[in-house]
Design a protein around this ligand. Structure first.
Ligand code: F6P
Length: 323
């Protein structure tokens, strides 16, 4: 194999650039040309790729986002779309592909691999909902951003008799909300995995005030049964009985931006290097991830049909801590 390619796909995650850099530099060290594909699978189908040199990936390890760009490409879900991508790869005699991304991206990687092309996935999503990696690239940075926001809200919440609600990302998974909530000392955490009614939250906050708390912080995942907007509406309607107001902050994409933490840079670097090492060993159709600081390799076929489980013991722990 002389040529490989690398792409980033789906929602970006801080640390993706460190992973690209590691793939490019460890690939070059193996004597390969490494093509950088622009805009994910869309760019792959359109042949938007060029060889990256050592200097092309210089000065990016500390940058959030992805220098290659990312996209969500519906056409790649079709056999015709994937065949277009295979033709573009064949034109350049590319013999391996590294896909840096989350669930949707690894589903695409598996589909391409099923068509006989050597693909290695690198676990990257701020949601931490990808089976096959205990933690994924971008999670640590996103978590720290959410935590900083909670800490800031807490100080102002203490000054007034107010409850603050913070909505964090996580369409299908409550990992970020749960971890940020525990680390930030939230009074209530609402996640998609445990459907909660507004009245449950209201009762909990009422009890917290009765115990003498000066403030209340509620952390809600964007995919929870009731999002920030619905909860604000409920609290507005029940202000007279609840006796306090609710202010909401939606963090949104702020969590995906900014400089990656040391943890994310190191994780991304290790996973990027592991991906080229796997290709060099003739291993493909796998996701490289991590478990307890060790690099793991999981078949993409398993990754895409498995659901990563949230540690429900942590939900109980949060309840015990909220005293
Ligand atoms: O999958 C990562 C993620 O940031 C989710 O938490 C969020 O629901 C989604 O991407 C947002 O996607 P987009 O950037 O396309 O709006």
């Amino acid at each position: 194999m002389k040529n490989i390619a690398v792409l980033t796909s789906g929602g970006d995650a801080p640390g993706m650039n460190a992973a690209i850099r590691a793939v490019v530099r460890t690939g070059i060290a193996k004597g390969w040309n490494v093509y950088g594909v622009e805009h994910g699978y869309a760019g792959l189908m359109n042949g938007q790729m060029q060889i990256l040199g050592q200097r092309d990936v210089g000065g990016i390890v500390h940058l959030g986002g992805t220098i290659l760009g990312s996209a969500r490409a519906l056409e790649f879900k079709t056999v015709e779309g994937r065949q277009k991508a295979l033709d573009e790869l064949a034109k350049r005699e590319i013999g391996g592909l590294v896909v840096i991304g989350g669930n949707g991206s690894q589903t695409g990687a598996h589909a391409l691999s099923e068509m006989g092309f050597p693909v290695v996935g690198v676990a990257s999503t701020i949601d931490n909902d990808l089976y096959g990696s205990e933690i994924t690239i971008g999670v640590d940075t996103a978590l720290n951003i959410a935590l900083e926001a909670i800490d800031r809200l807490k100080t102002t919440a203490s000054s007034h008799k107010r409850a603050f609600l913070i909505e964090v990302m996580g369409r299908d998974c409550g990992y970020l909300a749960l971890m940020a909530g525990i680390a930030g000392g939230a009074e209530y955490i609402s996640i998609p995995e445990v459907p909660t009614e507004p009245v449950d939250i209201a009762n909990e906050l009422h009890a917290a005030y009765a115990r003498g708390k000066k403030h209340s912080i509620i952390v809600v995942a964007e995919g929870a049964k009731y999002d920030a907007e619905a909860l604000v509406q409920y609290f507005k309607e029940h202000k007279a009985t609840l006796g306090f107001e609710l202010r909401a902050t939606t963090l949104g994409h702020v969590q995906r931006g900014g400089s990656p933490t040391a943890f994310d840079r190191l994780l991304a670097t290790r996973l990027g290097a592991a991906a080229t090492a796997a290709l060099a060993n003739g291993e493909h159709g796998i996701l490289v991830g991590t478990n307890q600081s060790t690099i793991t390799k999981t078949p993409l076929a398993t990754v895409i049909v498995s659901k990563k489980k949230l540690d429900f013991g942590l939900i109980e722990l949060q309840k015990e801590l909220d005293r």
